[in-house]
Design a protein. Structure first.
Ligand SMILES: N[C@@H](CCC[C@H](N)C(=O)O)C(=O)O
Length: 262
């Protein structure tokens, strides 16, 4: 099987062309092993790109535990870069089918940057110092004073495995405000069951969550710059009648190496 390893702000994936390779996608043990950093190629997830009748391609996403995941934002940006290289589309713009429906994206191949359109969000659960929302994957977002004071894995696990979320799981984001329209985000990911260097659906949820939790009400266009362990991302969104629309996740996606395994 031929594969390409990609990373997007340190969130890394094994990507395979499903039109070319023969794959047993219900063999979760093999997918888990491919993602294993000692016994396999290593990655936070496994991605299959294949043809689709309505869009330029389809992306299937598996977490590193080998099981099908929901939308992966960083994985989607890697998928766009891979699909361009593999000839699934030409030019800058593409559309693709993912877990939560059709997405549009723009690939700036000269600088390796991908802009990914996310689904509109109108439903946010607001609790004490935290929000829960679905940006294609379910996310819990909470503000913290100082990220360096926090054990992300311990604190993330405590929420992810709490009685409410234990069965289906949830991704947990800790957000520190670092300036005007600037935040630092650390994410504990379900399905990886660890902190990852960055999570695309997580930083999107964090940008919207920070808007809500900091009591902002200003309508119109917003842009938040986000620092993660693996690098910087931006999230642009429009606030209209309390809904979040025209949401874009923007950042780099880079090929690391390619190879072939038995
Ligand atoms: N790393 C991803 C998130 C992947 C989804 C998640 N772990 C799940 O299945 O809940 C991202 O960049 O969005």
């Amino acid at each position: 099987m031929k594969f390409v390893k990609y990373q997007a702000t340190g969130n890394d994936f094994v990507v395979v062309n499903g039109d070319v390779e023969k794959l047993n996608l219900s063999d979760y043990e093999t997918i888990k092993k491919l993602c294993d950093r000692r016994f396999g190629i290593g990655g936070d997830g496994f991605i299959v790109i294949r043809s689709h009748s309505e869009t330029d391609f389809e992306m299937l996403y598996y977490n590193s535990d080998g099981r099908p995941g929901s939308l992966c934002g960083n994985g989607s940006r890697c998928a766009v870069a891979f699909a361009y290289e593999a000839g699934f589309f030409e030019g800058k713009e593409c559309s693709f089918m993912a877990y939560d429906g059709i997405h549009r994206a723009r690939f700036h191949s000269e600088i390796g940057k991908v802009e990914l359109e996310m689904a509109d969000i109108s439903n946010i659960e607001i609790g004490t110092q935290m929000v829960i929302l679905d940006t294609g994957s379910p996310h819990y977002v909470t503000l913290v004073e100082d990220l360096s004071d926090l054990d992300i894995v311990e604190a993330g696990k405590a929420i992810r495995f709490s009685p409410r979320f234990a069965e289906d799981g949830i991704n947990v984001n800790f957000v520190e405000q670092s300036g005007e329209n600037q935040v630092i985000v650390a994410t504990y990911e379900r399905g990886v069951e660890d902190e990852t260097y960055s999570c695309g659906t997580g930083v999107t949820a964090s940008a919207l969550g920070e808007y809500v939790l900091s009591g902002q009400t200003e309508q119109g266009q917003h842009e938040v710059n986000i620092q993660t362990k693996g690098g910087n991302l931006a999230v642009r969104f429009l606030v209209s009648d309390g809904n979040f629309e025209d949401i874009w996740l923007i950042g780099p996606a880079t090929k690391v190496f390619e190879g072939e395994i038995e």
